[in-house]
Structure formats: structure tokens, C-alpha cells
Design a protein. Structure first.
Length: 380
């Protein structure tokens, strides 16, 4: 009886103190992702794979089940438990990342995935990203007696270590995303702007140097940038069709199931999902999706302003930057404001690795935006 009362009180306290607007918005994104997986993949499954038209839908539903469990699990942990579990999970994911060059699956010239029976084409970096943010935040605030620049250096070396393996895959998009989130966290922590700007230019210069030095490995990046600057030079079939679909969708869209982009462009349900949405449901619905992400960001930043704990501040800024930067990179690629990166739209694009990684991000955000986060983390 006492055990049941304890469990009831535990979940009552959790429900009472979580930010319910963030909670329901994440649930809405889960639901929209499931809906759009049905809309954007039914023709692919039935026409191209000659299988059940709900094949991708059921797979995405399975991924959502895992994602929602992780979302809820990370949202209820105390900070000490969260950090310990994150440490174990992070070490496991790093091992997976190290194994990618040796036993990884190569798709279209890139080796970024591991093949597991339950989760085929698993991309370790998707889980590394949120855990990287947690550990960088912990490094920066870990020991105030040490010189702050030493702590920045340790976090930078940590970034370089992960970036080396991502660049080797090659995955320039994820490298830039993680680097940008790290720069955002360092900026918020009060780092000298001049030094930070120089460091950002050095990172960008190093990536450009690698592209020019190893054209056989990174030539595709140069070709994408070249075709972006000069659309007549290079293969722009996917981006042109995506932009054309967005134009045809107009404000209100062609109607559910009336879009043709998902049948013409490979991987439209992942890399070009916002164009699929725009074609069938219109720019107004796309604006609604953008507002959801912006409102989540607003709620997190609002928490940061009033949060006295430096670790929570840095972690929240880093986590929400992963979501919002990836969102706008995806949209930018779809409307040809940015070169093609292969970046998915958080929660809405089809893909198990991306969904699981973003669910962990959302769960930790929900945990750290609790009304009682300070009391909760110190209370046994």
C-alpha cells in the first residue's frame, strides 16, 4: 500500500511540475510525425517495394513507441541519475561510432550506419548529439577552481574527437550541427567573443581545407555547394522538385494524398518532408510547424533566463539549439536557401535513429524545465 502511495506521489509530483506546454507540443510532434509517415510513404511501400502500403507507417509507429518511452524516461530522472545513465549510454554510443568505419553500412558513398536486427540503419551520431551536450555542459561547470579556459579547452578537444569520426564517415552536416551547438553553449557561458569568432573561423577553415585536400572523399560537398551557387551546374533534381512542390502547394496545399513529390524524389519522406507537407497541406501548415518549434525554444530560453544553475542553463541552450538549428537547416535546404545536407526534420521525418535521438533531447529538456528542477535534483 505504501509502495503504491509512493509511486502515485512520485508521478503526481512529476506531472504537477513539468512544463505541460512543452509536453503536449512534443506529443503533437510525435502525432504529426506518425501522420506524415503515413501520407508520405504509403505509395513508396505499395508501388516501389511491392509490400504492404502501411509498412513504413508501422515501422515509424514502432520507433515512436521507443521514442516516447525514452522521452518519458529521461523526463522523470533526477539529475544525478540522468548523468550516470547518460555516461553509460554515451560510452556505448561512442563505441558504436568508433565501429562505424569497420562494420558500418555504406549508403550512397557514406558509411554512417550500423545494421541491427531491431533497428536497421542505426546512426550512432543521433544519440551522441544530446549526450555530447550534457557532457560539455558538465565539463564547463565541473570544477570552478580550475581555469575556465582549461575547461573550454577540454570541451573543445572533446568536440574535435567526435568530429574526426563524423568527418571520416563523411558527415559534414552533423559535424557542423554539433560544432554550432558547442559554439552556442560556449557563447552563453560568457566566452570572449573575439576568440570565439576566430575559433569558429578556424573550424570552418579546417573543414574547407579537408574538402579541398581530399576531393575523392569530400568532393560531394564541393559539388553540392557549387550546384547551390550555380543551379545550372550540377545535379539539382531533388532540390528543384522540392522547391517546385512548395510553389505548387501555395498557401493551402493540393490536398492530402494529392502531392507527387514523394513519388518522384528518393528519400522525400526524410530529407524533404517539409516540401511534402507544403505541397499537400500548404505554407500555412508549414508555418504552424515552425511555430511549434519556435514556441518550444521560447519556453526553454525563458527557463534559462531565470535558472540559477549554470549546468542547466548550458545544457538547455545546447539541447534546444540542436533542435532549432536542425529544423531551420532542413527548411533552408528544402527552399534552396542552403546546400543539400541530408538533415532530417526533428520528429516529423521518417527514421528511427533521428526520432530516438530527438526523443532523448526532448525528455532531457522536459526534465530540466521542471518548476522544481533545483529542489528535485538535490532531493533524495
Amino acid at each position: 500500500m505504501q509502495h503504491r502511495i509512493f509511486i502515485y506521489k512520485f508521478y503526481y509530483d512529476w506531472w504537477k511540475n513539468i512544463d505541460k506546454s512543452i509536453f503536449f507540443l512534443i506529443l503533437l510532434l510525435f502525432s504529426l510525425g506518425l501522420f506524415f509517415s503515413l501520407v508520405s510513404t504509403s505509395l513508396i511501400a505499395s508501388d516501389k517495394l511491392n509490400t504492404n502500403s502501411y509498412y513504413f507507417f508501422f515501422k515509424h509507429f514502432f520507433y515512436i513507441g521507443i521514442g516516447f518511452f525514452l522521452f518519458a524516461f529521461f523526463s522523470i530522472l533526477k539529475e544525478e541519475s540522468l548523468f550516470k545513465i547518460s555516461l553509460i549510454l554515451f560510452l556505448v554510443c561512442l563505441i558504436f561510432l568508433l565501429l562505424v568505419p569497420f562494420i558500418g553500412v555504406e549508403i550512397k558513398g557514406s558509411k554512417r550506419w550500423l545494421d541491427f536486427p531491431i533497428l536497421p540503419a542505426f546512426q550512432p551520431v543521433e544519440l551522441v548529439k544530446p549526450l555530447f551536450v550534457i557532457f560539455v555542459a558538465k565539463i564547463i561547470v565541473l570544477d570552478e577552481k580550475k581555469n575556465i579556459y582549461n575547461r573550454y579547452l577540454y570541451s573543445f578537444l572533446f568536440l574535435i574527437f567526435i568530429s574526426i569520426f563524423l568527418i571520416n564517415q563523411p558527415d559534414i552536416g552533423q559535424t557542423l550541427l554539433i560544432s554550432t551547438s558547442w559554439i552556442t553553449m560556449i557563447f552563453i557561458s560568457g566566452f570572449n567573443m573575439l576568440i570565439l569568432s576566430i575559433l569558429g573561423l578556424v573550424i570552418l577553415g579546417a573543414i574547407i581545407f579537408l574538402i579541398l585536400l581530399l576531393p575523392e572523399k569530400f568532393g560531394y560537398v564541393f559539388l553540392r555547394i557549387q550546384s547551390f551557387i550555380d543551379p545550372k551546374n550540377g545535379d539539382n533534381f531533388q532540390s528543384e522538385k522540392a522547391l517546385e512542390a512548395i510553389k505548387q502547394g501555395g498557401l493551402t496545399g493540393q490536398g492530402m494524398g494529392e502531392g507527387i513529390l514523394k513519388d518522384k524524389v528518393p528519400e522525400a519522406h526524410t530529407d524533404y518532408i517539409i516540401a511534402v507537407i507544403s505541397e499537400e497541406f500548404g505554407a500555412i501548415f508549414v508555418l504552424f510547424v515552425i511555430i511549434i518549434f519556435l514556441f518550444i525554444t521560447y519556453k526553454v530560453i525563458n527557463k534559462v533566463f531565470f535558472e540559477p544553475d549554470d549546468f542547466l542553463k548550458l545544457a538547455l541552450v545546447g539541447l534546444v539549439s540542436l533542435l532549432i538549428i536542425q529544423t531551420f537547416i532542413h527548411i533552408g535546404v528544402n527552399i534552396r536557401l542552403l546546400p543539400t545536407t541530408g538533415m532530417t526534420l526533428p520528429f516529423l521525418s521518417y527514421g528511427g535513429s533521428s526520432l530516438i535521438g530527438n526523443s532523448i533531447i526532448a525528455g532531457i529538456i522536459l526534465n530540466f524545465t521542471r518548476k522544481d528542477s533545483i529542489r528535485y535534483k538535490n532531493n533524495d
